[in-house]
Design a protein around this ligand. Sequence first.
Ligand SMILES: [Zn+2]
Length: 136
Amino acid sequence: MIEMFQMALEYATRRQDERLFLLGTVAIRGSDQKIVKSRNLPVMIDQDVMSGYNTRYPYPHKHSEANIIAKITPKTVIWNARGRKLDGRFAMARPCQTCETLLGYAGVEKVYYTISELEYGVMFLKSKKDDRIYQF
Ligand SMILES: [Zn+2]
């Protein structure tokens, strides 16, 4: 379990990103059991628009889970990990409402996500059961 989350974060570190965290996704594809990967793709936007400060900061252009959709088939299982750059610890990576819907349409059955250094959760997209929380 933890190896899949580490693999997702390792993939996320291969891209330059100014944010204080990294987000990566690993999936075992339903059709051929192949491992596919994706990561968050931030784009730089002008903060001037938002707050009046004239600096640029990365905006989450496309979520990692949404990025993996092009690479998967129905019956895929996903591991989604967030890691803090400060200390390398896992943080909350539960897919947002939009990604949850998209992944459901793509036929994903389960998403494992990091919560903290101690816990991870499972989201059941197919059966719509409540999430389960486990300890590493
Ligand atoms: Zn999302």
